[in-house]
Design a protein around this ligand. Structure first.
Ligand code: MTE
Ligand code: MO
Length: 383
């Protein structure tokens, strides 16, 4: 593969893999703002960054189970009503490095920053599909029904040199409230090359893997996408499954993200002065489920205090509230007293009452996805 035309990147990013380029920001940079600056937004790639020079001739083909296939140019997509959606994208591999410490897992290692929150601007997929004669709110009873497949122009070695692809159920794609976007803007600027220029899919509330970058075509299919990243990757297996007994066909592709949180104001091990310590970080859940609570412990999980949650600085966050961003993370903050060396822990609860699991052992899986176990950091007090 050709990595000679990669875009420039911010020098402070931690590089987890160079080719393909996979990198995440420092913890402190990640929670410095509610909207993650493009420079500090994690970059997760499976191949070289495609070069699209001629945006005039660039187009997305729509085909598959439709009456009249057609091509949409950027001007056609810009002609549709423009929406901005504040949505958090999280890689299913976020926090994989910590899972690997229990038992080795396969995949690029990530600390806690394979997540970011951006303002995505673009057309709603439901509007795009209406253009080709698919009505809004087309009902599909099962995951096994019709899907909308997104195929990229990039090339991935896992797909045997084929393009990256993924699909979502037609019922989600045609639901305007699901806010699935064909995005051409990120944080009010033209989408940059790393994040999918000129056009990418954003599927809010779902693992990042389904938000296909550098869109080539959209296909209406009779069933779920059969591509590598839907069928042979990004599936959650029980801890007893290993590379000798794995049967990929027994599991569904992972879609919604479970509830997650992490402390970002502290590293894994910290030297601190005994006294007040600021604990801040992020919490997010999938499927548009808001964050009901964020709990902090300064005694390894025996006792807990509730952290303050916010999206907009100074405004208290209300899960499911009129002023809250449904698809976005919340930042949390607590000032706690740490008189002696201890373990500081965070866990979040979403509005469905889902709680993060205590230990990583119980959710260990061979691909190292969805490590949502309580996030723990060590505080070592200086004498
Ligand atoms: N789309 C294409 N075409 N190629 C990819 O490698 N990676 C996916 C998804 N879309 C990928 C892709 C994965 S696994 C994630 S987590 C997100 O993009 C990352 O998006 P980002 O790099 O904009 O943060
Ligand atoms: Mo990912």
């Amino acid at each position: 593969s050709d990595y000679s035309q990669e875009p420039p990147r911010h020098p402070s990013l931690s590089i987890n893999a160079k080719e393909p380029f996979n990198a995440e920001p420092r913890r402190k940079d990640l929670v410095a703002s509610y909207v993650t600056p493009v420079d500090f937004f994690y970059k997760r790639n499976h191949g070289p960054i495609p070069v699209v020079d001629d945006v005039e001739s660039y187009h997305v083909a729509l085909d598959g189970l439709i009456d009249s296939p057609r091509k949409l140019f950027m001007k056609d997509i810009r002609m549709l009503p423009k929406y901005t959606v504040i949505a958090t994208l999280q890689c299913a591999g976020n926090r994989r490095t910590a899972m690997s410490k229990v038992r080795t897992v396969k995949g690029v290692g990530w600390d806690v920053s394979a997540i970011g929150n951006a303002v995505w601007g673009g057309a709603k997929l439901a509007d795009v599909l209406e253009l080709i004669g698919i009505p809004k709110l087309t009902h599909v009873t099962r995951f096994g029904g019709k899907h909308v497949e997104f195929v990229s122009i990039d090339k991935c070695k896992e797909e045997n040199g084929g393009p990256y692809k993924a699909s979502i159920p037609l019922s989600q794609a045609t639901n305007p409230d699901a806010d699935v976007l064909l995005a051409y803007e990120m944080n009010g600027e033209v989408l940059n090359r790393d994040h999918g220029y000129p056009l990418r899919v954003i599927v809010p509330g779902v693992i990042g893997a389904r938000s296909v970058k550098w869109l080539d075509y959209i296909s209406i299919t009779a069933e779920v996408c059969q591509g590598f990243f839907m069928q042979k990757d990004y599936k959650m297996f029980p801890p007893n499954v290993n590379w000798d007994n794995i049967d990929w066909s027994t599991r569904r592709p992972q879609m919604d993200f479970p509830v997650q949180s992490a402390i970002c104001s502290l590293e894994d091990v910290n030297m601190i002065k005994p006294g007040k310590v600021m604990v801040s970080g992020y919490a997010a859940s999938g499927g548009g489920r808001g964050i009901e609570r964020v709990d902090i412990s300064v005694d390894g999980g025996k006792t807990w205090v509730e952290a303050k949650r916010y999206q907009k600085p100074g405004i208290e966050y209300i899960a499911d509230g009129f002023d809250s961003d449904k698809w976005a993370w919340v930042l949390f903050e607590a000032i706690v007293d740490v008189p002696r060396s201890t373990e500081i822990v965070v866990k979040a609860v979403d509005i469905a009452g889902n709680v993060q699991p205590e230990g990583v052992e119980t959710i260990w899986n061979l691909r190292g996805i969805l490590n949502t176990s309580w996030h723990r950091v060590q505080a070592r007090c200086m004498e």
